[in-house]
Design a protein around this ligand. Structure first.
Ligand code: KG4
Ligand code: ZN
Length: 349
């Protein structure tokens, strides 16, 4: 079984071929970073037009890379939401057209489910597992019970974690997208103890019983620190120190919220699940400090920690193809009149 996966929900145009055993035969991602950089964020109309310009050639290249032709495909999976609707429609319609022309199944994929199922592509994870989804648009803790069956245990009440990284980085004058740049700056912090003392930051919602998140206060606290520094371009050592303190606050907060979810998982399943897994996915899961904090937490709770390789954590076509394979194997295909959905919560089915 070979599936084409198409991803166009944000600013990455991506196409990949994955087979039924989870071998990634090709995985091409074309970033539109340069097109959006001058605006400091993704411009939906520009994104949609760029997807339209690049997608046909990218699909051809993905087929070429995999050494197959369109005749060898057994199905097509494309993101149908959530995301920027113009871009989603470009990828979805391309996917539907190929499926219709070849008379093969079409699978409309929830982008969030594709992130959620990626650890089953990379690591053979069994259901049920706990999932922390941290991206530019989402921050959620989910219980993954099966393909298509998720329970939302925690979500952000304001900003997404990736958004908080990006906005905080922007306040410090770091380039867009800020997350990776902020991580690099934090790694250069020379005196970590002094950084924490000079730039103390809150741990929003830490200690609360539920698994929810809040990040807008953290971003505001970063702004307050930045505004107290001398005007003009910030000194790199101050940026590194604030970034380090920021990352510490994020790690501590996320680990605290994740610990609540782990306790709930244990209460729900007791000892029935012999080797439970905690999975981190989404673009922010590329952050090494966050990975280390979660690894430490899960070790203390006898859970295995799984985070897909960075390339498969951020948006890509292989995860869409794999979600399509998981669904196709269960007979869960989509009609060709399936709509694109700008909003599509994962626990809605
Ligand atoms: O999942 P993703 O590629 O796109 C969606 O939002 O769906 O996530 C992108 C987000 C951005 O906010 C980016 O800054 C953040 O992930 N990110 C990181 C890192 N790499 C990417 N945040 C913190 N540390 C990183 N190393
Ligand atoms: Zn994503």
């Amino acid at each position: 079984m070979k599936l084409l996966g198409i991803e166009t929900s944000c600013d990455e145009t991506a196409a990949a071929i994955v087979d039924g055993e989870g071998n990634i035969l090709s995985n091409l991602v074309l970033s539109q970073l340069e097109e959006h950089r001058v605006f400091g964020g993704v411009v939906p109309e520009i994104a949609a037009r760029a997807h339209l310009d690049h997608l046909p050639k990218l699909i051809e290249a993905a087929l070429d890379d995999a050494g197959i032709t369109i005749q060898d495909l057994d199905g097509v999976a494309a993101t149908c939401g959530p995301g920027l609707i113009g871009g989603v429609m470009v990828g979805m319609m391309a996917g539907k057209a190929i499926a219709a022309a070849r008379d093969i199944p079409f699978i409309g994929v929830n982008h969030l489910e594709a992130h959620a199922l990626t650890p089953r592509l990379t690591d053979d994870v069994e259901f049920p597992y706990l999932l922390l989804l941290v991206s530019g648009g989402h921050t959620q803790i989910l219980l993954a019970e099966d393909v298509g069956r998720y329970k939302l245990w925690g979500t952000t009440v304001d900003d997404a974690l990736g958004e908080c990284f990006d906005k905080s980085a922007k306040l410090m004058g770091l380039p867009y997208p800020g997350g990776p740049h902020l991580e690099k700056a934090a790694a250069q912090c020379a005196d970590q103890a002094a950084a924490l003392e000079r730039f103390p930051l809150p741990r929003p919602l830490k200690g609360r019983k539920d698994c929810d998140f809040s990040f807008s206060g953290l971003k505001t606290a970063v702004r307050n620190h930045v505004e107290k520094l001398p005007p003009g371009k910030l000194r790199m050592e101050d940026v590194s120190a604030i970034s380090f303190s920021f990352q510490c606050a994020v790690c501590e907060t996320v680990a605290d919220r994740a610990e609540k979810a782990i306790r709930r998982f244990r209460e729900t399943y007791g000892k029935k699940i012999t080797s439970p897994a905690f999975v981190a996915c989404g673009g922010v899961a590329a952050n090494m400090a966050l990975r280390a904090a979660l690894k430490d937490l899960t070790q203390r709770h006898d859970m295995s920690f799984i985070a897909p390789p960075v390339k498969l954590c951020s948006d890509n076509g292989a995860m869409i193809a794999w979600a399509g394979i998981e669904r196709l194997k269960r007979g869960m295909t989509s009609p060709l009149d399936m709509p694109a959905r700008p909003r599509w919560p994962l626990d809605e089915g």
